[in-house]
Structures are given as C-alpha cells and as structure tokens.
Design a protein around this ligand. Structure first.
Ligand SMILES: Nc1nc2c(c(=O)[nH]1)N[C@H]1C(S)=C(S)[C@@H](COP(=O)(O)O)O[C@H]1N2
Ligand SMILES: [Mo]
Length: 515
C-alpha cells in the first residue's frame, strides 16, 4: 500500500523542462514549416548544422566524417537538435522565476540561427522569416504552457493544484501535437510545391522566348527594363498559401449563358493555337508613381475563340472567373469576346511556363483592364453571366465593378530626393494607357510650361512606353512633373484621387537638387 502523502509533490522541475521542450519542438516545427511553405532551401536547424560544419577545424571534421561515413550530416543535425532541446528545457526552467530570462535564451538561439541562415551564400530576403516565426512560437508557447504551472502551490496539494496540473498536461499535449502537425503540413506542402515546380520546369510548351523589339529602350541607364523579368514582376494575391496545381490535375470549365459548355484539360488547352503578345499588367492599387506594374511577353490561348466555340448568349454582359483558391473577378464580356483585344488564357510568361506565384498552370490576361477585374491566376472556372447576378471578390469590398486602366505616367530616374549634377540632366520613366496607347508625354520643370519628351518604340498599344527628356537644371532644388496624352486625345488629369474605387489619378512629381 502506498502511503497517503506519496503524491504530495512540489511543482516538479521536470514539468518546467517539459514545457521548455514542448515550446522548443513547436518552434522548430513552425520554422521548418515556414521554410517549406516559402520553398526556401533549408530549415534554420540545417543552416546551423552547416554553419558548424563550415567552422569546425578541418581535421576534426575529417575525423568525424571518417568515423560516421556519409551519415555525418544527419548526425550533426541530430546533435544540434539535442543541443537546442537542452537550451529549450533550460529556458523552461528559467520560466519558473522570471518572464524575461527565457526570452533571452530564445533570442540568443534565434540570433545564432539567423546568423547561420543569413551568412549562407544563397541567402534571400525571405530567409529571416522562418527564424522569426520559430522564435515567436517559442516565446508564445512557453508562456502559454507554463501559465498553469505558476498557480501550483509548491508546499501543499489542493484540488486547485490538480486542476492546474491537468491544464498544464492538456496545454502541452495540444501544443506539442499541433506543433508537429504544422511541421508535417509544411513538409507536405513544401514537397508538393517543389514537385509542381519541377513539373513546371520540365514542361516543353509550344511557346517562344522573345527579345524586346528594337527601340523600346530610351538611352537612360537608370530606368528599369522595358520588359519586366519574372523574378521582379509584382505579385498580388489574396492567397496566404498559393495554389500548387499539377498540370494534369488542372481543368477549366466554361459554362453559364452559353450554347454549349466546354471543359478543357491542360493538354487540350496547349494543343490549341497559341498567341503571344507584349502586354503590360497593372494593379488598381498602384499609387501614382508606384511599382505595381510590369510588362511581359505572354503566351496563351485566345479567350474569344473559346467563348465563340461555347456560344455566348446575347443577354450575357460578363464572365465570372474563379481561381482554384476561390478568388473571383468579373470581366466585361466585350473585353473577352473581341478577338482584336487578344485577351488570353496565359500559359507562358517571358518565354517560360507561368511561374507558380503568377498563376501556374493557367491565368487570364486581358489588356486594358486592371488585374482585379481580369487577370485571374490559377483560373479553373469561367461562368458567362450578367454583372447584376453576382458580386466578385473586390467588388464586394467597395471597388468598382469595372476597372478599365487609367492613363498614367511615372518618373523612374532620377528618384525623388536625388542629387543631380548642375547642367543637362536626363530624366526618364514610363507611361501607359493600355489598349488605347500613348501619343505623347510631357514634363514640366519648377511649375513651368509642359514640354514634350522623346518616346521609345512600342510594338502595340497594350504596353507601357519609355520616355526621356534632357533638361537644363541650375544649382538648387527643382520639381519635375510628368503627364501623358493618350492616343484618343485624353490628357492625363492632375486631379489627385486615391486608388479606391477604380484607380489613382494625379501627376507624378519628384524633387531633385542640382549641385
Ligand atoms: N487567384 C487570384 N488571382 C488574382 C488575384 C488574386 O488575389 N487571386 N489578384 C489580382 C490582382 S488584384 C492583380 S493586380 C493581378 C496581379 O497579378 P500578378 O501577381 O501576376 O502580378 O492578379 C489578379 N489575379
Ligand atoms: Mo490588383
């Protein structure tokens, strides 16, 4: 028989260590998940192991490798993991008497991991994210799991203590399991994205790469290129975790007010005639002078052909597009049924298969309309319908139902606040009025008269155009204003309006100092 007082125990130190271990595992799992979801190369834990390998003296490393054969790296990762868990348990024990000491331990470990991650030669700007996510998880989980421990009375054993113990056990179990769950999700998602990325790279699509046409660039080195490379093309989507779709799993259904529904597989889509065009895409949320615009060589299947095959009913005035992640947009029917507009289901961007973040395997591109009403990424469903019968994602949030691109212009060089040399200064930038075209661009210095500038070549009216002006600047501060005139005779308005509900207006202005 056990004596009655056998289970009169103090808050066991083991409980504090266990809490630290739970937080430690959860944080590592979250950082691993973040690494996988962002498709970064390797987790902070692995980065730390690599840093150690780099800095261990050669002889030691050789001995270890000799001893362990090819298992040296997993072995090192396990050793680092155990070390981190010891630190985590220490942080847990510190939490008994102090709220800030454990945080110091976490920050120390995080700092070391950050060093390991950022000193890698292929570090990217995103690499700090998994470490940050891990440190935040450590801090939050530890304080949450240890909270009930604080109310356990070390001297006596009351019923309230029993409740606190139970609460502690439940919290640590739930968070431990949740942490591991997140890690497994991240692992699977990351593996999926890597797989889709591999499929994407191996695709042999009937598309071609194209150099920008002669003459599109004005002679000014500081301008961004006329063709925006995929890697720096702006990205806008509501999905936190973007869809990863294997081409063979993709299909598109065109239905609604049509004579005959069409369902297309990826293979059926790419077997159709392919059109390729230079088209500038821009976002309604782009402020005056802002960066949410890019120009690419798009390859795809003409949407008007497909809609003609489906047979659009005369009463339809819109298509409602839905992406695999449930985002929707409504596009005016005339913009997608007019063959001259070249609206397309794009499969290629700048000669490559569409990047995952830009809508792989298929997205819509409609020249002349802002992205939020037209450029559905990961598109899987097109319903021919009427505007009065639906509300799309952004129009349900106060943005205009229709979003034709407004004429606009931007100064790219010099930049606001730059110092320039006294004398002749070259100023340049971009102007656009997609599907209308730009007839001229003008600049005004220090509130003076508008003067026309030199324009680059454009292959069609759907791209932006580069412009350049050489102006004479005396010593001192100067303002530069730009405005564009459309091929339809419309002069860009100077009235300043916000991006909502249908696109910003106003002239882009910069200030420079000539020295
Ligand atoms: N599925 C989906 N497609 C989308 C969006 C989105 O949030 N989800 N955003 C739209 C918006 S607002 C713009 S401006 C363009 C941006 O396309 P990009 O990310 O390829 O530059 O995509 C459009 N297509
Ligand atoms: Mo947008």
């Amino acid at each position: 028989m056990m004596p009655e007082n056998m289970d009169v125990v103090t808050t066991p130190r083991g409980a504090w260590s266990a809490a630290g271990a739970v937080a430690g595992v959860a944080g590592l799992a979250v950082s691993h998940a973040a690494t996988m979801v962002l498709t970064l190369r390797s987790s902070p834990l692995v980065a730390v192991a690599e840093l150690v390998i780099q800095h261990v003296p050669g002889v030691v490393a050789e001995r270890v490798i000799e001893f362990l054969g090819t298992k040296d790296k997993p072995f090192l990762v396990v050793v680092i993991f155990i070390l981190m868990m010891l630190f985590a348990m220490w942080a847990g024990r510190l939490a008994e008497r102090s709220w800030w000491k454990p945080i110091l331990v976490w920050l120390g470990m995080g700092g070391f991991a950050l060093l390991a991650v950022l000193t890698r030669f292929d570090a990217t700007a995103l690499d700090y994210l998994p470490v940050t996510a891990g440190v935040v998880t450590w801090i939050v989980v530890l304080s949450f799991v240890t909270e009930p421990l604080h109310s356990i009375d070390a001297e006596s054993d009351t019923p309230a203590d029993g409740r606190s113990r139970r609460s502690f056990i439940i919290r640590s179990t739930v968070l431990g399991v949740a942490g591991i769950g997140v890690g497994i999700f991240g692992q699977n998602f990351g593996a999926k994205r890597r797989h889709v990325e591999q499929t994407r790279r191996l695709l042999n699509l009937p598309i071609t790469d194209r150099m920008p046409p002669m003459g599109v660039h004005v002679e000014l080195d500081d301008l961004p290129p006329w063709q925006t490379p995929n890697g720096v093309f702006y990205k806008i989507h509501t999905a936190v975790v973007v869809p990863t779709i294997e081409p063979q799993d993709w299909s598109l259904r065109i239905h609604g007010l049509v004579d005959q529904e069409i369902t297309l597989t990826y293979q059926e889509l790419i077997d159709r005639p392919i059109i390729q065009r230079w088209i500038t895409l821009n976002c309604v949320s782009n402020p005056v002078g802002g960066p949410l615009i890019g120009n690419a060589w798009w390859s795809g299947v003409r949407l008007s052909d497909l809609l003609e095959e489906a047979g659009v009913s005369a009463e339809a005035d819109a298509i409602l597009q839905t992406s695999q992640d449930g985002w929707t947009c409504g596009t005016p029917i005339e913009a997608v049924t007019d063959p001259e507009r070249h609206a397309m289901l794009a499969i290629g961007m700048n000669g490559d298969a569409l990047p995952i973040d830009h809508g792989f395997p298929v997205r819509t591109v409609v020249p002349g309309l802002y992205g939020y009403v037209s450029a559905c990424k990961w598109v899987v469903d097109i319903e021919v319908t009427k505007f009065e019968d639906f509300e799309a994602y952004w129009t349900g949030k106060g943005w205009s139902e229709k979003g034709p691109v407004k004429i606009a212009s931007r100064i790219d060089a010099p930049q606001n606040g730059d110092d320039v040399e006294v004398g002749v200064v070259s100023i340049g930038g971009h102007a656009w009025a997609q599907h209308t075209g730009i007839s001229s661009v003008e600049v005004a210095i220090d509130g003076g008269d508008w003067a026309p500038v030199e324009l680059g070549f454009v292959p069609n009216t759907d791209t932006w155009v580069q412009w350049k002006a050489d102006v004479e600047l005396e010593e001192g501060d100067h303002t530069v204003l730009v405005r564009a005139v459309g091929a339809d005779g419309e002069t860009q308005t100077g009235v300043e309006r916000d991006t909502a509900p249908d696109g910003a207006t106003g002239w882009h202005q910069i200030e420079v100092t000539a020295k």
